[in-house]
Ligand binder design. Sequence first.
Ligand code: Z5A
Length: 206
Amino acid sequence: MFKNFICLEGIDGSGKSTQIASLESLLKSRGLEVLKIREPGGTEISEAVRQILLNPAHKGKMSDITELLLYNAARAQLLHEVIKPALEKGIAVLADRFAHSTLAYQGYGRGLNIDIIKNLLHVTCADFFPKTFILDIPVSLSRERQQKDKSRGKADRIEQEDNIFFERVRKGYQEIAKENPETCILLDATRPPEDIFKLLVSHLDG
Ligand code: Z5A
């Protein structure tokens, strides 16, 4: 695990972008150079893969295995072009989603074999795994926040899944945190953003 590689995970609307913005300001105020990334995407190739993955026109057509491999293809390219070079230069990398999204969505959500996914993630990421904070909210609150957020466009292919799918993803994240207490911290993200941020920083500094 890389100390300067930090990832925020959670279901849609759990507040990842909000916490990343606060974390970016804090790390910069501490004199660190910071790079923000979001998955899938972040390179020309990975952004092209993102368009394929999230396109609502592919709903019902894309196989679960294709989905699994495309998320990992986008990630492999991002690691190669952006994350590894940045970490090697001492730049702090803040990630909006990383490998645990694949375990939660494709593993627990889609029901693909967890051990196969873990092996695939080792092929994709080698030893590049971040310190991870999982923002935990009920699916009903996730939906509420999505509806309130007027800046959002039409729901993408994954957002169009039903609540039962997102319940499985949420449980998956809870399971991942239980299995990896050293590297994955589960935070109650129903609390106000400032409270969540204080907790997050106390874990980072502790
Ligand atoms: N996916 C996958 O299946 N497998 C993979 O391996 C990977 C991804 C990497 C990418 O979506 C989709 O790909 C994602 C998982 C899947 N699909 N889903 N669903 P994306 O990149 O387009 O979007 P997102 O990552 O899901 O999240 P988001 O919409 O950007 O949400 P967020 O960053 O977590 O939340 P936010 O923008 O910070 O906050 C949402 C709203 O809530 C906003 O109005 C805030 O002001 C408000 N907010 C935030 N925090 C709070 C608190 N604490 N209280 C009250 N209100 C708050």
